[in-house]
Design a protein around this ligand. Structure first.
Ligand SMILES: [Zn+2]
Length: 687
């Protein structure tokens, strides 16, 4: 009566023999994950126990390198699972996510709160000068110590127990928050019925909306969904003010509907627990705690940058609002410009001023051309090239794989692109890694994924991108390169595992190459005729680049300021987060016709896990870096200056977390960044 071991029929617990050690997605079913997580956690507990129980004096090898090796199976299972939870979810996956999130948080804090383990790390840290470590090993030791200290190592037992409980509860709240937003997005579709409802909408939008309606069981109609790739173009082009208002109200009500998916209570509890965690760790606020380990170092440094940008951006947005109001009047209307009018009238003005019509641009930006353009820029800067392969078993038929090759032609990574929106995918765009680069025990090549939510083309039509979507593709591909080009020894320092306000540098910097005339001339080709984008259109796009930057900057900075102010509250108690948001926006003089980019109840950067809490400013911080960094190429007079590209690779894209970010930046640029480049880039410098 032998019972087969549960591992025997669980593909997650068999050797992963696919190329690059990719997960066995073709054989995995949701019910395999819980037992795999259990086995992986048990394995890591045993590995940690062996380190703690080692009777020998702590050495780098028997403590830090051993910590780096521990949890290999858990990293693999987590990588596969969280890819599905983001890009190919289901009720079963969501249930497992809710169950597993607090367990992973609990087990992680058990390691970081283990007194005996921390004592070994502390002993090594205090003896670090005498250990003969190379720079990367020394950095790994230092980063482990920071991780222990920030988790509460060395505190009294009751405080540590409370921190562990808080971490677990926050993990659950973060998973619930994102699931509520997704539920509200899935529940809504604005059905367009008949030609009147389609007024103003370009052909490409109409065919994508027909697909969306068919997918929701309404063939023959058209649907606007709350995915950004459907919502934003609708707001830009729909001539129907009443329908724009409907879509806007549904978009801003995500997570705020008052029903089962309302995020009010989740936000309140999250903010209170974060503040309590910061107090237990000896920080004045959660923001102070978060920023202490960022490039900015203090909330004030981040606030200084945001405030420096806010005043000229707001003044510019108010001027833009006046101009839009004048456009409304010129059409013989007398209503007050509202938030659901901005994108529509801005699009009209853009067309009037620069003769740039987004629907004229999209036919030149087919997805395939933009993927080729991103690959080409990577090749010219860093010598990386891509070869498509069709032998990978990926979780969705839409996903595609390429082998990334280094300058010498040897593989450096597997790259997976999954580009189209679907209901099983969380909205937005992101990069993640199924496996991180490292070479602790021989070279391990990374598997890097880009997930997008582009609307599919209509039947028989290619997917055409807006200029913003092409930027998103370049942005996430910049993150992907940061993961793929990583060349470090220790997993802790690998790829994108860097300070949050530094991690957007490789992604945002990469976007600069999209709109260079050289890139557009070669890759922006009409999807039907193959003709390159006309020179006059390229010139008009360049002239229009600073258009509407008052709006774009205020909608972003308002959300970032709210995030920082919220997490500066030392003792939030039962703070009403939505009310706090309204007050913050009123205090900074938010222009009435500009909506904040993410309102609190669906601000996933801040509430779906800890990701960007007290960290949304990071995009602006990184933009100060990327604007300053790209000026280096402009000053060199060559967008692909080989010496600069080489330093960029060495100190940024391939360097992982081997240096403090400010030092890494100086090594690349030869100087500290100046925020003036950011104001120049956005056309706000002269205000
Ligand atoms: Zn990013």
């Amino acid at each position: 009566m032998d019972q087969p071991s549960p591992a025997a029929d669980n593909p997650l617990l068999q050797p992963w023999n696919a190329p690059f050690g990719a997960p066995p997605f073709d054989r995995v079913r949701p019910e395999h994950f819980l037992p795999a997580f259990e086995a992986a956690l048990a394995e890591r507990r045993a590995e940690i126990a062996a380190i703690v129980g080692n009777p020998q004096q702590p050495t780098f090898a028997n403590t830090i390198a051993a910590l780096e090796r521990a949890g290999g199976l858990l990293r693999r299972v987590s990588g596969a699972f969280f890819h599905l939870a983001g890009a190919q979810t289901s009720d079963a996956i969501e249930r497992i996510e809710r169950d597993v999130a607090p367990i992973l948080a609990r087990e992680r804090s058990a390691i970081l709160l283990d007194d005996a383990l921390f004592a070994r790390v502390e002993a090594l840290f205090h003896a670090r000068e005498r250990l003969g470590l190379d720079a990367e090993a020394a950095r790994t030791l230092e980063r482990w110590r920071v991780a222990f200290k920030r988790a509460g190592a060395g505190l009294a037992p009751d405080r540590k127990a409370r921190l562990a409980a808080i971490g677990e509860r926050l993990a659950t709240l973060g998973a619930l928050f994102g699931q509520n937003v997704l539920a509200d997005e899935k529940a809504f579709a604005l059905i367009l019925d008949g030609p009147d409802d389609l007024a103003g909408l370009p052909e490409s939008f109409v065919s994508a909306a027909a697909e969306a309606a068919a997918a929701r069981g309404r063939p023959g109609k058209h649907a606007v969904t709350l995915s950004r790739s459907s919502y934003e173009p609708f707001m830009q082009f729909s001539a129907r003010r009443d329908l724009r208002e409907k879509a806007f109200r549904a978009f801003v009500a995500r997570g705020a509907g008052g029903g089962a998916h309302d995020n009010g209570a989740i936000m309140r509890e999250t903010v209170a627990l974060r503040a309590e965690r910061a107090r237990l760790l000896g920080y004045a606020s959660f923001a102070a705690f978060r920023l202490a380990d960022a490039m900015a170092k203090t909330p004030q440094a981040a606030l200084d940058l945001m405030q420096r940008v806010w005043a000229p951006a707001r003044a510019q947005a108010l001027r833009e609002a006046e101009a839009l109001q004048a456009t409304i009047a010129a059409e013989g209307c007398n209503f007050q410009l509202a938030a659901w009018d901005w994108r529509y009238y801005a699009e009209k003005r853009r067309k009037a001023l620069y003769d740039v019509d987004q629907s004229e641009v999209a036919p030149y930006l087919p997805l395939e051309g933009m993927i080729a353009a991103a690959f080409d820029v990577a090749h010219r800067l860093f010598g990386v090239s891509f070869v498509a392969r069709d032998d990978m078993r990926l979780p969705n038929a839409d996903a595609r794989a390429w082998t990334a090759l280094g300058p010498d032609g040897a593989p450096i990574a597997l790259f997976v692109g999954d580009y189209f929106a679907r209901d099983s995918k969380h909205s937005g765009a992101w990069m993640s890694a199924l496996r991180d680069q490292q070479k602790l025990d021989g070279r391990v090549l990374p598997i890097v994924v880009n997930v997008m939510s582009f609307a599919r083309g209509g039947a028989g039509e290619p997917c055409l991108l807006s200029l913003d979507e092409a930027h998103t593709l370049f942005h996430e591909f910049g993150h992907a390169l940061h993961g793929m080009m990583s060349d470090v020894t220790y997993p802790l320092l690998s790829g994108t595992n860097v300070a949050r306000d530094f991690v957007e540098l490789p992604s945002q910097l990469f976007e600069h190459w999209l709109e260079r005339p050289e890139t557009l001339r070669r890759f922006a080709r009409h999807h039907r005729t193959g003709e390159p984008m006309p020179e006059a259109l390229i010139e008009r796009l360049a002239a229009a680049r600073r258009f509407n930057q008052g709006f774009a900057t205020t909608e972003f900075v308002a959300a970032a300021l709210f995030d920082m102010e919220l997490h500066l509250v030392a003792d939030p108690g039962a703070l009403d987060v939505a009310e706090f948001e309204r007050r913050t926006l009123a205090e900074i003089g938010m222009p009435s016709a500009v909506a904040t980019r993410h309102s609190a109840p669906h601000f996933q950067h801040v509430f779906s896990g800890d990701g960007y809490s007290a960290g949304y400013y990071s995009y602006l911080w990184s933009e100060a870096l990327d604007a300053d960094a790209f000026e280096a190429f402009e000053q060199a007079g060559d967008d692909f200056d080989p010496a600069l590209a080489e330093r960029l690779k060495r100190f940024v894209y391939a360097a992982g977390n081997t240096r403090e970010p400010d030092e890494a930046y100086r090594r690349f640029r030869g100087a500290d960044p100046s925020p003036d480049a950011l104001l120049r880039k956005r056309g706000l410098a002269e205000n």
